[in-house]
Design a binder for this molecule. Structure first.
Ligand code: CA
Ligand code: CA
Length: 398
């Protein structure tokens, strides 16, 4: 959250004599971490050598070590008991021990969709309402289709053989298992990918930035959930590939310091980080969207109303179409889905269009352009429902 936003939210709170926004932020702490997982992220102090780290973990954890996160100075362990956590915390080389929380896709009624998705007959290309709402199709007329801006989709993978996506897929990585492909076994990642960059051809759907280079970064399993440590690895892979925009239509009520550090690393590397605000109107904006370095996106419908279930709060930066969005799905299919998962990629695609126009811009410059040109909705100026307003790809990329 920038200073402008802090001031805006303070004035909103003052005007409404309500402190709901601030209470919500303060109420969140590390105690809210998902307790279902016994996976831990052991972070070592700066300067600790690999050898020392191996020695600290020793034979006791050798069979339970999942992976080493090089850029986080951390090792991920599974089945760690409370006694072992206490032991690790007393080791002079250990900085902290974090819960490797579980993040999930931010789509509504995913199971219902999975049943019906993938079976839609391919027909003449339709222009999804969200694309025309944010005026992305008018950007293409000037020759800007974000070719070849690199966009990383940190998700369940992408259907690598989808006829409406394959030509744009320029790389892939599976952070859950490096020996496996990043093909999408859920459908969610393919849907998100299509909102960003489905091809502008004669069939199916079309994305915001139809010639962007997309990268499938699989961090979530077939059920649509995955560990924070795998998301961190995915973010670091995106940094290593010089990707310019990353979309994370995922999250949880999990403020894990190592994930925040990874988001900061990405922004410092010149990456625009866009994330779903979450699908619960009564809970705070989820992480990683809630981090100040990420663009948090709430969801609107075709009448520019905030979706009743969309998360809201002072961390929301922008809003975008997220109700009944038609896009590509797993296999060669298509599906219509709702969620802040669908809103976030409308902003990620818009960021790619802005970058094509202004290739030397820093993330802060791109974010400022997206926010200052957004269409104000709700009460005048910044508000907790729509942030700075509905993203407008055309105005932002002028
Ligand atoms: Ca198409
Ligand atoms: Ca407003």
């Amino acid at each position: 959250m920038n200073i402008k936003k802090v001031l805006a939210s303070i004035s909103i709170i003052a005007l409404s004599y309500s402190s709901v926004g601030l209470t919500a932020v303060n109420a969140r702490s590390n105690d809210d971490l998902n307790s279902e997982t016994s996976r831990k992220i052991v972070v070592f102090k700066q300067g600790t050598s690999d050898e020392t780290r191996d020695k600290v973990l020793g034979v006791r954890f050798a069979s339970r070590k999942i992976k080493r996160l090089e850029n986080s100075r951390a090792d991920v362990l599974e089945n760690v008991s409370d006694t072992e956590i206490a032991d690790l915390k007393t080791n002079p080389n250990v900085l902290r021990v974090e819960t490797d929380a579980i993040a999930t896709i931010q789509v509504r009624d995913a199971r219902e969709t999975a049943k019906g998705g993938g079976g839609v007959t391919i027909q003449a290309q339709t222009l999804p309402w969200g694309i025309s709402k944010i005026q992305a199709n008018q950007v293409w007329l000037s020759g800007n289709t974000a070719d070849p801006i690199k966009v990383g989709i940190i998700d369940t993978g992408i259907s690598l053989s989808h006829p409406d996506l394959a030509l744009n897929i320029k790389g892939s990585y599976n952070a859950i298992n490096g020996r496996k492909s990043a093909n999408d076994d859920n459908g969610h990642g393919s849907h998100v990918a299509g909102i960003i960059a489905a091809l502008n051809n004669t069939t199916g759907s079309v994305g915001v930035a139809p010639k962007a280079d997309i990268y499938a970064i699989k961090v979530l399993n077939a059920a649509g959930s995955g560990y924070i440590s795998d998301i961190i690895e995915g973010i670091d892979w995106a940094i290593s590939k010089n990707i310019k925009v990353i979309n994370m239509s995922l999250g949880c009520a999990c403020d894990v310091q190592s994930m925040h550090a990874a988001v900061i690393r990405a922004k410092n590397a010149g990456i625009i980080v866009v994330a779903a605000a979450g699908n619960s109107a009564t809970d705070p904006v989820i992480y990683p969207a809630a981090y100040p370095e990420a663009i948090a996106v709430s969801a609107t419908d075709s009448s520019d109303q905030l979706a009743s279930w969309s998360a809201r709060g002072p961390e929301v930066d922008l809003s975008a179409p997220g109700v009944s969005i038609y896009s590509t799905y797993k296999g060669t299919g298509y599906a219509t889905l709702s969620g802040t998962s669908m809103a976030s990629p409308h902003v990620a695609g818009s960021a790619a269009l802005v970058l094509f126009k202004n290739p030397s811009w820093t993330p802060d410059q791109v974010i400022a352009a997206l926010e200052s040109t957004a269409t104000d909705l709700g009460i005048g100026g910044f508000d907790n429902l729509f942030g700075f307003g509905l993203v407008n790809a055309l105005a932002a990329s002028q």
